[in-house]
Design a protein around this ligand. Sequence first.
Ligand SMILES: [Zn+2]
Length: 407
Amino acid sequence: MQTLEYKLKGKDVQFSSIDDAIRTTQFIRNKCLRFWMDNPTVRLSELNKYCAVLAKEYPFATKLNSQARQAAAERTAHAISRHVKPDTKGNRSNPPRFQKDCRSVEYKTTGWKLSPDRRSITFTDGYNIGILKMLGTQDLCAYSADLIKRVRLLRRVDGYYIQFCLDTERIEEQEPSGNTVGLDVGLSAFYTDSNGEKVKCPRFLRKAEKRLKFLQRMVTRKQKGSSNRSKAKNRLARKHLQIQRQRKDFVVKAARCVVISNDVIALEDLQIRNMLKNHCLAKSINDAAWFQFRMWLEYYGKVYGKIVVFVPPQFTSADCSRCGNRVKKSLSERTHCCLCCGCVLDRDENAARNILILGLQLVLKLYPGAQGNSETSVSQTLVERRTSATQYAVSASHLVEARSPRF
Ligand SMILES: [Zn+2]
């Protein structure tokens, strides 16, 4: 699935129609949730049928395209199923709650029509949204219209956006580089790789904190319910959106760089949700966006046909990357000094080397044809097998047995 996004240009009347459609989506979602709460034994597919009942009962609901109504019911069904069925790790999400801040409406294959040059779109359902111009540089003409499975209208603080979900996979051909790398993510350096290179943490939130504080104060000083307050709120929200975008931009570029220049990328399988329970570090961890980085690495791994492995994080910074001797150190000790073999390294670099060793062991298990233990032989094997290996991003921490350094 691939998503293309454009900003919408239209009149205020059109945007208020979009708001109405979004409100109806939220209404249907909440009604479906109520229906499930009252009848917990109901099958989730029956929620789709319940949409038709709702449309008869509430005339305004008929204005929304019937497939868009179903998409709203599917959102509820999805939220319920995540609560009812445990995932692969046995975790369940919290029970779904009534939504009050819905910001999008999703159409399927009907209710809209693209113009021949694909620079504008017309919505044809009862809300009379009309023709909207699409602004953006992504090329929608490159894809056939049958591939568009979902069209989503989004409201953000700086305007309205449209997303097209396409039923295609992005594959980019690239010559293998023959490099392998281990990454140790951190708070002072965003990541340190096994060659000793460090990338600085941009800390966008920390840099903007002063401005955010000021904007927040402006909001609380304005009278409740006044238009000045809503203007101040908008300014604050825009600042948050800016930080969010800066962070995403940085993470995407960093992940793409790493994937392009390496064939095997090893990372720690960090339990970020648990780490966020440490109140002192939570803000910095969120600001560093490790989880986003991980997701983008997995994504680009698939796109460029590279292997991304996640290794268990235990003892990666304590063990010596040369001889395997366990050297316990506190968080403030920044240098790794091994008394056994005399190895002196930066703490994060030592960890990154350990992660690479573990990662390569994992890869050797997953692709047992790789001979020898050296990095080059693993890399060569992967080059040969590049065509056959299609499921890359693997998080198989259980595959690694008790750790034994090999080189
Ligand atoms: Zn050592």
